[in-house]
Design a protein around this ligand. Structure first.
Ligand SMILES: [Zn+2]
Length: 477
């Protein structure tokens, strides 16, 4: 894949504050004024007295100090208020279509009030807007009835159901993270399978640190049994297994995948160490006859993961890595720290690979924003809009914007969360709207601070909604 952030020019590689000129041109100070901070105290005092004298003369001769300020206003356009900037940005971006970089929108509904107490505050109750939408879409806000009606609609209408939904939310394309085949939507929903499933070539007896890890290992091993070329058995040695990995990546790409997803921060660590081929081959051989220890198992995984990072661009696959909070109680934030990816992201072997930090590394937002300055690293803001209330959402979006707005990707992460009645597309309508609103407000804040103009804000907003993803995935504009 040749698409990097600097495909068009190198301007986008710089942080926002060094890319753009101030919105209102700063008046050029006269020679004396410009010298004031740099001259000796005596010269400064004399200059100050001179300026005061001149000011008094002018005000007396005109009889009005305000006349002067009125004159200054006439020659300098007054800056827009934040509210005016917001209104202009909102109007300009209102009808823009978006590309949703990360969803699980086809998942089944899973409403469960018993789990509310374990969820972040913003997700502890069914949002009234979601209940109203469930009534509008399915004729009821009863979660069980709505889910059943949804299932029937999806079954009978197939791709048409989803196209209607994508049109209604002005979503040009939604990337869907799943292992299951997607309904035919004429390319409006694109597939992102889990590359993590390729990291379990041998039994993972000592791998699980918790039930979530055990579950992922079990599903990955079952997937391998279904897909391995040799009657459900993993290939005999490491080179043969790597060939199987390469064939799988090629097959996924042929089946429409545009990216692959790693979720290893949930159950192990985002540190992917460098491991030599001889050591990995020996671990693979040993692992077929006896259970590897956890550390040994992880080293074998590290080797295969790095192989996939290297090969992904050959198949035009972008590498998505979950690097953020997730469901308690198993995730260890210390292991899922986005900064652990620095070793991979700074390795020149992977500079052709395009990496997307899914969920923007939150809560380590600024660290992820910093990493997204690298030409091959992108930051997806999915999940932030249902986790954070509007004020905090705007603050976080502002941080990504300041660092590298050309790296930002619009995303929702809508899924079958327990507080969403009627299924992920109900949440999708609410979250798409909220994220667009947060983006408008964050951009308006930067106009208020004279970092960008409204026109520049609108252009950046268009990039985040759609154009950055079009560039990353090589979609036609
Ligand atoms: Zn997700």
């Amino acid at each position: 894949m040749v698409n990097t952030k600097n495909t068009r020019n190198s301007y986008g590689l710089y942080p926002l504050s060094v890319r753009t000129m101030p919105k209102v041109e700063t008046p050029i100070p006269d020679e004396q004024g410009a010298c004031l901070p740099f001259v000796g105290p005596l010269h400064g005092m004399l200059t100050l007295f001179f300026l005061l004298f001149m000011l008094l003369s002018v005000s007396m001769s005109t009889g009005c100090l305000h006349a002067q300020s009125g004159y200054r206003k006439a020659v300098q356009p007054s800056p827009l208020t934040e509210a005016q900037a917001y209104a202009a940005i909102k109007a300009a971006l209102e009808d823009e279509w978006a590309i949703d970089n990360h969803t699980h929108i086809v998942y089944g509904a899973h409403y469960d009030e018993r789990l509310f107490g374990y969820m972040p505050l913003a997700m502890r109750h069914a949002v009234p807007e979601q209940l109203a939408l469930a009534r509008e879409l399915f004729g009821t806000d009863d979660p069980v009835e709505a889910a059943a009606i949804r299932d029937r609609k999806i079954k009978s209408e197939a791709g048409a159901y989803w196209i209607r939904h994508l049109d209604a939310t002005r979503t040009r394309i939604a990337l869907v993270n799943t292992m299951a085949p997607l309904p035919d939507t004429g390319g409006r929903m694109l597939w992102v399978p889990y590359a993590t499933y390729l990291l379990f070539p041998v039994p993972a007896a000592n791998y699980p640190r918790n039930p979530a890890g055990a579950d992922i290992a079990k599903r990955a091993r079952a997937w391998l049994a279904d897909n391995a070329p040799e009657h459900g058995q993993a290939p005999a040695d490491l080179p043969a297994y790597l060939a199987f990995v390469d064939e799988t990546l090629a097959a996924w790409a042929r089946d429409g995948a545009v990216g692959i997803k790693f979720i290893d921060g949930l159950t192990r660590t985002l540190r992917f160490s460098k491991v030599g081929t001889d050591e990995a081959a020996e671990l693979y051989r040993t692992g077929q006859s006896q259970a590897l220890g956890r550390d040994e198992f992880l080293r074998l995984q590290d080797y295969i993961a790095r192989h996939i990072f290297l090969k992904a661009p050959e198949h035009d696959l972008t590498v998505h890595i979950h690097a953020a909070l997730s469901s308690p109680p198993f995730l260890q934030l210390g292991e899922n720290d986005v900064r652990h990816l620095e070793g991979v992201l700074t390795d020149p072997r992977f500079f052709r690979t395009q990496f997307v930090l899914i969920h923007g590394g939150f809560p380590l937002v600024e660290d992820a924003a910093y990493l997204s300055l690298k030409p091959h690293v992108w930051v997806d803001v999915s999940a932030l809009a249902f986790f954070y209330p509007m004020r905090e959402l705007v603050e976080r979006l502002r941080i990504y914007l300041i660092y590298s707005p050309s790296s930002m990707l619009f995303g929702t992460d809508v899924s079958s969360y327990p507080s969403v009645p009627g299924g992920p597309e109900v949440q999708h309508i609410v979250i798409s709207k909220k994220l667009r609103e947060g983006l408008n407000r964050a951009l308006a804040g930067l106009v208020r601070d004279d970092l960008i103009t409204v026109e520049q804000a609108t252009s950046l907003g268009r990039g985040i909604l759609r154009e950055n993803a079009e560039r990353l995935y090589d979609f036609d504009g």
